[in-house]
Each structure stands twice: as structure tokens, then as C-alpha cells.
Design a protein around this ligand. Sequence first.
Ligand code: FAD
Length: 477
Amino acid sequence: MADTFDVVVIGAGPGGYTAAIRAAQLGFKTACIDDWKTADGKPAPGGTCTNVGCIPSKALLQSSEHFEHAGHSFADHGIKVGKLSLDLAQMLARKDKVVRQNNDGILYLFKKNKISFFNGRGRFTGGKEQAWEIQVDGDAGASLIGKQVIVATGSEPRALPGLAFDNRLVLDNAGALAMPDVPKTLGVIGAGVVGLEMGSVWRRLGARVTVLEALPALLGAVDQQVAKEAAKLFAKQELAIELGVKIGTVAVEKGGKGVSVDYVRADGSAQSARFDRLIVSIGRIAHTAALGAESVGLALDERGFVAVDEQCRTNLPGVWAIGDVVRGPMLAHKAEEEAVAVAERMAGQHGHVDFNTIPWVIYTSPEIAWVGKSEQQLKAEGVNYKAGSFPFMANGRARALGDTSGLVKILADAQTDRVLGMHIIGPMASELIAEGVMAMEFGASSEDIARICHAHPTLSEATKEAALAVDKRALNF
Ligand SMILES: Cc1cc2nc3c(=O)[nH]c(=O)nc-3n(C[C@H](O)[C@H](O)[C@H](O)COP(=O)(O)OP(=O)(O)OC[C@H]3O[C@@H](n4cnc5c(N)ncnc54)[C@H](O)[C@@H]3O)c2cc1C
């Protein structure tokens, strides 16, 4: 006998678990199904983000940054350490513990909100409006009826054609977060967020890292002033990045000790490289396998994502889809915003997600963060704008931290002064960008930011100064 729920959510990544919580808060009888398990078979809700994405990558970025600081900048602060050595097993164990704390936190939230959680794979088996049938396969086998369903099944890494991930030598994000030793040489194909973050971690721990990118420019979507600054700083860190390459044959060496990569450089010369390990980070594809989409006629778009309208409605009445499995940026906070908006729409409310104010962050060192339009976008759109920037070199807190690289840049409409974009490269950019998001959400002008009292000494003063610089009246530069 199938159990009936007002809302069944398939997937418990940041999209799915957030949707389940908000639906339960709104009074819906809610179930959430997720198939992720720990190595020892325990439920591990949280999806890619918690298990092999945002959270473990940030744990390793933090640990590797401490390691680098201990090796390179502690002496400058007058701190002497003995011979520095790496306990990678402990670093990975700490990362796993952080992940587990997040899994447990979500399980606690399910209980607290009286959400029925099923650890298994959910698939549509039939049904109609107000009565979608979902079978849960796995340990927690069950048959559910959902009056409404939210598909939040996320994404999975894209492999190079003809080269499967083995997570020993050819690594996806999961493998890149769990190498048992530091490779002497590490190749990374793809200079996107994942490639740059993972490359940074292993470079700091001692690997010689080469990143190969097909596009001719580094970080094409990022404001070009910031991207240029990033290229300069990465080069200083000896993170080798080759742009405009054409990848040819990539093969695991005979004997299984390394990976060879043949590629053509931007200047047309043929090149062969050998790496102890290779991370392939060339994007992600929608995770719809085994969802039973075809059994109910759930439409996918031409790229294999679940097709949705602006409000995340699919072609089936009462079936919604959110997060990485649908169009739009593959970001955890985008999935969360869609989750809340969909649950509220189900309750007859007016949930809303503004794609123009979704912040982007790359957690390299220094961090890169932005919201809104870049200078090249404004130019292409023919928008008349003013720009103001302020370097962290002139910020007292950055000097005290010993991290003065980068800048804050604000773009504002030339007539109305309304903030159109904020771009940051520098320490704690991921935290500082929230001010830009808030300013844009509230329709603030650069003058508004310039007139807000910012605590001294803080990195956020660089934001105020960038706003003053829009009107050519920065005080400290
Ligand atoms: C290395 C890395 C670092 C990242 N860092 C960041 C970051 O710093 N910030 C950021 O915003 N984003 C980051 N991302 C992206 C972020 O992880 C995703 O955007 C986010 O996880 C998407 O959430 P989601 O809920 O849509 O899907 P997911 O997190 O992928 O969750 C989907 C869940 O559904 C489960 N599932 C799939 N099919 C079924 C089924 N049929 N039945 C039951 N369960 C199913 C999956 O196993 C998974 O648990 C990172 C990604 C990677 C790979």
C-alpha cells in the first residue's frame, strides 16, 4: 500500500533538502528521497555539494592554505615552525568529518521538520495529476504517491569522450578530493571553478600543476580586469595555465603509473605531457538516469536537462524541477533559492528568484567573487556606466592580514548611479560580495554604499572606497 504525501522531493542536495524543509514549514506532508551513502552504507544527504563539492573542497582549500601559510608566510609574522611536514591522511580525515557533520545536520533537520526521509533511489512508475507514483529502490524500498513532486536530482561530472573516470589516475571531483598521496605532477583539463580550486589545493600541497583550457581567455565570464589580475597572481603562484589548447589523445599509460595527454597549443605546435594523475573538470551533465522520466513523459531539453519554465514547472502538472538538473548556473545557492521559491509557489505564494543578483565565487587564493554585470557585458549592451575600483594594497586590514593582492570594483549606471555590478578579487571576496548582492537587491546607488559607515579596519572598507571611486573621490588611494 503506497503512502501518500503532499510533496515528494527526489534528491537531497542543497536544492532537494531545502525544498523539503520549506515545504514542511508550509504545512505540507513531505517526503524526501536520496540515494547517497557513506562508504560504510550510512545515509549521506546533502548531494554533490555536501559530499563531493562545495563543502569538502572548501575544507581542503582551508587546510592547504594553512599549510602554505605555515611554509611561506608565518616567518614574516614572527612565527617559527620546525620542519614542516604534511599529514595528508589527517587532512582528508578532517575533511570527511566536516562532510559527516553536514550530513548529520541535514538528517537532524529532516527529523525536526517531520520530513519522511528515504535513503534509496526514487523513480517515477506512473500516475497522473495529484497522484504521481514513485518507487524507492534500495534498502529503504517503498512505494509513494506524491500529489506534487520536486525533481532535484542534480548533476554528475562530464567525462572526456573515450576516457572513463577511474578515480585512481583519471579523476572527477570525487577523486580529486580524495587522492591518497600528493602527485608530483598533476594535470587538470578545464580551467573552470572546479579545475582552478582543485588545482590550487594540490599545488599548495606540493604538486606541480598544469591546467589545460580550450578557451582562449582565462575566466571568460569574469570581468576582464579581474580575470587579468587573477592570471597574474596564478602565474606568481606557479599554477601553470595553458589557454587555447586543443586536447588530442588522452590515455592511461601502459603499466598504469600515469596519464599521457597529447594536445595542440594555441600557437599550433603539438605538445605531449605526462602527469602522475589527471583531473578532468570539463563541466557537468544533468543527472536524470534511473529517474523513470520516460515512464511518465517528463520532458528533457536538448541538452538533457529537465525542461522547465521560469517558475521551475515541468511539462507535467504538479511536477517541478530545480537546481543543477535544470537550466541556469550550477550553484548550490541557486538550487536553494529555486527550492524555496517552488515550495512557496506550491502553497500559492509568490516565490521569486532573481538570476541577475546571484553571486558567483571562485575560492582560489585570492578569492574571486562577483555579482551583476561585468564591464565587457555593459559595453556589449551599450550601457553608459561609471567604474570605480580600490586596491587591497591601500586597505589597512589587508596589510595587517598580510594579503594585499587584488581589488574591489563597482560598476554603476552613468545617469542613475544604480549599482550594476560588483567584482572582487582578494582576501575574503566570498564574504564581501554579500554587500554587492544586497545593494543590487535594494536597487542601491554607489553613493548609497559610499555613505554607509563601514567598520575600521575591515576589508569591507575597500568596498566603500570603490564606491567613492565611482565618483572619483576615494579617500585612501
Ligand atoms: C568540486 C565542486 C565544488 C563546488 N563548489 C561549489 C561552491 O563552492 N559553491 C556553489 O554554490 N556550488 C559549488 N558546486 C556546485 C554545487 O555542488 C551544485 O550546484 C549543487 O550541489 C547542486 O545542488 P542540487 O541539489 O541541484 O544537486 P546535487 O547536490 O547534485 O544533489 C542531487 C542529489 O540527488 C541524488 N539523486 C540523483 N538521482 C536520484 C534518484 N533518482 N533518486 C534519489 N536520489 C537521487 C544524488 O545522488 C544527490 O545526492 C561545486 C561542485 C563541485 C563538483
